[in-house]
Design a protein around this ligand. Structure first.
Ligand code: S3P
Ligand code: PEP
Length: 426
């Protein structure tokens, strides 16, 4: 297996222009495909998750022109749902932002599609979404284990009305239903069972739908009202914000060993909830500067904090390795759904943090991390989880090297991560 050993880094500083947001890239591609008109997308993310969405759209007959650098894309909208005359199999890797929204859109389309993915995708639950769509008479079958992909979807016009959806494991299920609802033949009332997790991702969904001409009434994230028989209308040009989750590694590096690092492509008004990772760094002691077109962090003495990170589950992983450099323990709370992402992230994080010498208490939905006096050199297993690889690069900001196993797993969202990280080292 390929490994990458990072030697100790004594200082980091500089500026990073962030690659496009994964969450926005995949939403914009799907909305652009369903919309009336042509959408010219710039700063599109070029990564595995986005490739899976693009390949699926190609197979479904959507025309688009992708620039040679793959960060600009002009999508010819279908002006409605998909129609495809032959049965298709779409491989979606481990991209939740492709699997979940496509499941809903395809269930309402004139298609016969099998959705497959990587082995881990078959362990990531999708039952809450399928249950919701079956309330509208969707024809979706589980091909292996009940509640999990792969799925066979025989799409057809869905019925409409009230839909109950469990929001306690993933917000992506609600995102999927919201995105298809305006295209149904009647109005939808969507009721959330349980406490909705990862709420800021719903804000991203609603903000994007609004730019494509559809407004949704959001009643405290418990009830959503969507008018049916609508058509998305292309906004023309779309500039994808930088990826706020990807920004977290650089901002944390600055907090630990800056210098100042400035990330551009996002700013204080960005639509992604993960920009609030910088609030957590600030609460730990770092100095944060918020501008409309960048966020900058400068080092200060860090102290461990105890917080609820349900709103920012992806960036919260970066807090776990930042905790190695803080004074006192850090507690990351209310992240149960880490267990159903690229790997069981609570277990993986606890195991790998212990390897570098931290004392870790792993609860059902939290981690308590007490840093060691001296970090140890370890070979970090990454579990095919891009965020494990990126988070543990921060260990090199100590006086100990770190070895990252399978560093190429960052391709899911950030293929050039280690190159960019290296350029910040001084
Ligand atoms: O909607 C999105 O773009 C995402 C929602 C989050 O998932 P959950 O809602 O499952 O927490 C997040 O972890 C994922 O990386 C992207
Ligand atoms: C959970 C993640 O991805 P996905 O979109 O596949 O859910 C992630 O990127 O951390």
């Amino acid at each position: 297996m390929k490994t990458l050993t990072l030697q100790p880094i004594s200082k980091v500083a500089g500026e990073v222009h962030l690659p496009g947001s994964k969450s926005i890239s995949n939403r914009v591609l799907l909305l652009a495909a369903l919309a009336e008109g042509t959408t010219r997308i710039t700063n599109l993310l070029d990564s595995d998750d986005v490739k899976h969405m693009l390949n699926a759209l190609t197979a479904l007959g959507v025309s688009y022109k992708l620039s040679a650098c793959r960060t600009e894309c002009e999508v010819q909208g279908l002006g409605g749902l998909f129609h495809h005359p032959h049965a298709l199999t779409l491989f979606l890797g481990n991209a939740g932002t492709a699997m979940r929204p496509l499941t809903a859109a395809l269930a309402a389309s004139n298609v016969d599609v099998t959705l497959t993915g990587e082995p881990r995708m078959y362990e990531r639950p999708i039952g809450h979404l399928v249950d919701a769509l079956r309330q509208l008479d969707a024809d979706i079958q589980y091909l292996e284990q009940d509640g999990f992909p792969p799925l066979r979807i025989q799409g057809k016009p869905l019925s409409t009305g009230t839909i109950r959806i469990d929001g306690s494991i993933s917000s992506q299920f609600l995102t999927a239903v919201l995105m298809v609802a305006p295209l149904l033949n009647g109005d939808s009332e969507i009721l959330i069972d349980g406490e909705l997790v990862s709420k800021p991702y719903i804000d991203i969904t609603l903000a994007l739908m609004a730019r494509f001409g559809v407004t949704v009434e959001n009643q405290q994230y418990q009830r959503f009202l969507v008018t049916g028989n609508q058509c998305y209308r292309s906004p023309g040009h779309w500039l994808v914000e930088g990826d706020a989750s990807s920004a977290s590694y650089f901002l944390a590096a600055a907090a630990i060993k800056g210098g100042t690092i400035k990330v551009t492509g996002i700013g204080k008004d960005a639509v992604q909830g993960d920009i609030h990772f910088a609030d957590a760094l600030e609460a730990m002691g770092a100095t944060v500067e918020w501008a409309s077109d960048y966020i900058a962090v400068t080092r200060n003495q860090l102290t461990g904090i105890d917080r609820d990170y349900n709103a920012i589950p992806d960036a919260a992983m970066t807090i776990a390795t930042t905790a190695l450099f803080a004074k006192g323990p850090t507690v990351i709370r209310n992240v149960y759904n880490w267990r159903v992402k690229e790997t069981d992230r609570l277990a993986a994080m606890a195991t790998e943090l212990r390897k570098v010498g931290a004392e870790v208490e792993e609860g059902e939905d939290y981690l308590k991390i007490t840093p060691p006096a001296q970090l140890k050199h370890a070979s970090i297993a990454t579990y095919n989880d891009h965020r494990m690889a990126m988070c543990f690069s921060l260990v090199a900001l100590s006086d100990t090297p770190v070895t990252i196993e399978d560093p190429d797993c960052t391709a899911k969202t950030f293929p050039q991560y280690f190159e960019v990280f290296r350029q910040l080292s001084q």
